[in-house]
Design a protein around this ligand. Structure first.
Ligand SMILES: Cc1cc2nc3c(=O)[nH]c(=O)nc-3n(C[C@H](O)[C@H](O)[C@H](O)COP(=O)(O)OP(=O)(O)OC[C@H]3O[C@@H](n4cnc5c(N)ncnc54)[C@H](O)[C@@H]3O)c2cc1C
Length: 438
């Protein structure tokens, strides 16, 4: 039975058919009766599953409770880019976190794709991994200096990062739309639902327990730790981790209000003819640009074009704006026929006010880690490992992120009201810059 009510957890949009075929569902049972474990993890996405895997590998009895099925949240609906960055650039990270934590976060994030692709290799996860890099293009001339700064920053650290221009860029992307782009060979892409299911299988093999269709309904302190009440049972644990990102409900007071859930969309086309498949992004890189709103494009291995696009930001029933997606494809690839969109993907992104994920110590033995702000395949996998370090009482110098105080998102209800206007403003600015700036 899906949870009743409104909000992301009540969103019944099926998992993307375009992803589901690559890896079978786990079909784990729901929790029934009374169970006990060292660490209970609420949320079966990348954060919770990576935490379960790392904890189980360290000999800790970890149990994942997932309200729907593994990967049901943002994890099974992501666009698929494995990115070595946060939302903000390195200067912003250093200014926000200071030199010590800032450096740890920058270095930690840079290792995110290594961690993801290592887990895939070690656990034999079949999730269509491609690691030929990511292309970040400048949507306007004015956006080029920031990309160049980023390239220099990473080149000085020995990373395989380069600026591409004009003809070389056109050959790599199949479009003459952009004049400059950063190619970051550390990143890549994958099928996110298959990756989530593979992480869950790896956690099970390492000794973790995983229950699906098991929503944690209440969280109660006990003398030994905590008890989680579920529809048909109870789970007692010494420690509890809440890894529920945008799908956070009212399990812990105030947690839901610490982020703003926004719904993101993608469209997947019919299979493209062979000559187009060979011409568009022939190296398999995913392409995004510096505009404010969605810009992702990739050519999937099965020859389908896959684009990220906007749609109604707060509705469980909203549909992707197919007109916008088609217009973007026509602007990039004017000589191909407008694609027929065969699959749509919709899922919720958990935005925090500063667009960094937050780790909260809510009470003794209770940790929350959430607010990935749309950067979560590599970052949430790292966050799961980060949670495991805290649960295992590893010293603070091993951490990548500091703990944060739980705070409601400033002017949360107002932000919800103003956001549609802000999105309209961003779109208008993107459009003007795209017309004038190239
Ligand atoms: C449309 C879209 C595109 C994206 N594209 C990218 C991309 O290309 N690259 C990238 O890096 N990131 C991307 N992201 C972001 C990324 O998917 C997320 O940051 C990441 O999946 C978050 O993982 P998580 O495990 O923290 O949360 P989630 O995957 O959202 O998992 C939370 C889980 O908690 C469960 N839950 C909630 N409450 C309860 C409860 N009370 N009891 C039990 N279970 C509960 C939910 O059912 C859900 O499965 C995208 C996200 C979306 C939505």
């Amino acid at each position: 039975m899906p949870p009743a009510g409104r909000g992301p957890l009540a969103d019944d949009t099926p998992l993307p058919a375009a992803y589901a075929a690559a890896a079978p569902a786990l079909n784990r049972p729901a929790l029934a009766g009374t169970r006990r474990c060292d660490v209970a993890i609420v949320g079966g996405g990348f954060s919770g599953l990576s935490a379960a895997l790392h904890l189980a590998q360290a000999g800790c009895a970890a149990t994942v409770l997932e309200a729907r099925e593994i990967g049901w949240g943002g994890s099974g609906r992501a666009f698929g880019q494995v990115v070595p960055y946060a939302k903000h650039d390195e200067r912003h990270i250093l200014a926000s976190f200071g030199p010590d934590w800032g450096e740890r976060l920058i270095t930690g994030l840079a290792g995110g794709p290594d961690l993801v692709f290592r887990l895939i290799a070690e656990h034999g996860i079949e999730c269509e991994p491609v690691r030929t890099g990511l292309i970040f293009a400048a949507h306007a001339r004015s956006a080029e200096p920031a990309l160049e700064r980023r390239a220099v920053f990473w080149q000085q650290r020995g990373a395989d990062v380069a600026m591409l221009h004009d003809a070389a860029l056109a050959t790599m992307t199949g479009t003459e739309f952009y004049k400059a782009a950063l190619l970051d060979r550390r990143g890549g892409s994958l099928n996110p639902l298959a990756y989530a299911r593979g992480l869950a299988r790896a956690a099970l093999a390492a000794g973790a327990a995983v229950y699906e269709n098991t929503r944690a309904l209440a969280l109660l302190p006990t003398a030994q730790g905590w008890t989680l009440r579920t529809p048909a049972g109870e789970l007692a644990a010494r420690r509890v981790v809440l890894a529920t990102d945008a799908y956070t409900d009212d399990l812990w007071p105030g947690l839901r209000r610490s982020l703003l859930p926004l719904r993101g969309y993608q469209l997947v086309s019919e299979t493209q003819p062979e000559d187009i498949r060979r011409r568009i992004l022939p190296g398999g890189q995913a392409l995004t640009d510096t505009r404010r709103l969605y810009s992702g494009v990739r050519m999937r291995r099965d020859g389908r074009l896959h684009v990220s696009v906007d749609g109604p930001p707060f509705s469980n029933r909203g549909a992707a704006d197919a007109g916008l997606a088609t217009a973007r494809v026509r602007a990039l690839f004017p000589d191909i026929a407008p694609p027929r969109w065969e699959h749509s993907v919709a899922g919720w992104v958990g935005m925090t006010a500063d667009q960094y994920p937050h780790v909260h110590r809510l009470a003794p033995g209770l940790i929350a880690a959430l607010g990935l702000s749309g950067r979560g395949i590599a970052f949430a996998t790292l966050l799961g490992r980060e949670i495991s370090l805290r649960v295992l009482d590893r010293p603070q110098q091993d951490w990548m992120l500091p703990d944060t105080k739980l705070r409601p998102i400033p002017a949360g209800p107002l932000a919800r009201l103003l956001l549609p206007a802000l999105i309209g403003w961003y779109r208008a600015r993107d459009t003007v810059e795209l017309r004038r700036g190239r």
